[in-house]
Design a protein around this ligand. Structure first.
Ligand SMILES: C[S@@+](CC[C@H](N)C(=O)[O-])C[C@H]1O[C@@H](n2cnc3c(N)ncnc32)[C@H](O)[C@@H]1O
Length: 254
């Protein structure tokens, strides 16, 4: 199940916008040690390097393709190939930052407290994750998955909704933190092209599904999904498509 950095960055502005909004709520003045968890091609890491040029910045990801793109950016950061499910920083960090990555990992009840425990006193964990698993883009993905000869194979976990409600994260992290700032935003992405929502999900939610299908099934799955997406996200009079997208933000200060 490999990532395609070019396909991901085709919507680069839309995908980096929440990274900017998350960073705006991090109040640290001069963190010495900063890590970008699930750094991808380095688009979010670039924001961290620009804000704190003096900081030691580490980008962590488990995709070789994404890390190759990040390394090629020339950013003044170190890059580490690691699975965040088992990764703990060697030394305490001032900021552990993660934009659009931790929803790919299970067991937030263990993962997030472990990350908070890896902060220096006064440090912060800043996380943004999509919470749009009830949106047509995901509901229809599950509907097509349930509707074909692939139903049994796809039922095995590729379409889970791993992000809990905001108050669940509050209860989880409050005992460990001095301050918690949690909010949601729904972006209204204005997209161009014939099947823009399909193109969007091809780089993210659709990837594990396609990876679980035989080559002959992949085109059939995409065609059915595209047809349903066109009905759910009709083109506007100006030819563009509106894609509402809800995201959850957490800034937990130790
Ligand atoms: C949607 S991209 C986000 C990229 C970037 N942070 C941004 O703001 O656009 C998600 C990234 O998380 C990484 N990722 C997913 N699961 C991971 C894991 N278990 N360990 C490390 N990285 C992971 C993926 O390889 C991918 O590069």
């Amino acid at each position: 199940m490999s990532w395609n950095p070019e396909r991901y960055l085709a919507f680069g502005d839309h995908r980096t916008r929440p990274a900017v909004d998350l960073l705006a709520r991090v109040a640290l003045a001069a963190p010495a040690r900063v890590a970008d968890l699930g750094c991808g091609p380095g688009n979010s890491t670039a924001l961290l390097c620009a804000r704190w040029p003096e900081a030691e910045v580490l980008g962590v990801d488990n995709s070789v393709a994404m890390l190759a793109k990040a390394r090629a950016s020339g950013l003044p950061a170190r890059w580490l190939e690691a699975d965040l499910a088992g990764w703990t920083p060697a030394a305490p960090h001032d900021l552990l930052y993660s934009n659009a990555a931790l929803h790919w990992l299970p067991d937030h009840a263990t993962l997030l407290p472990r990350l908070v425990a890896a902060l220096r006193p006064g440090g912060a964990l800043a996380v943004q994750m999509p919470r749009n698993f009830d949106a047509p883009s995901h509901v229809l993905l599950r509907a097509v998955a349930d509707d074909g000869p692939w139903a049994q194979r796809l039922a095995a976990g590729v379409l889970r909704a791993p992000v809990a409600a905001p108050d669940w994260y509050y209860d989880l992290l409050a005992p460990q933190t001095a301050a918690l700032d949690i909010w949601e935003s729904e972006y209204l992405h204005v997209l161009e092209g014939a099947d823009p929502v399909l193109d969007w999900t091809r780089a993210t939610a659709l990837r594990p599904v396609i990876a679980a299908l035989e080559p002959a099934e992949q085109a059939r799955f995409e065609a059915d999904y595209a047809r349903r997406l066109r009905a759910a996200y009709p083109r506007r009079a100006d030819g563009r498509t509106l894609f509402p997208f809800r995201r959850l933000f957490i800034v937990a200060s130790r």
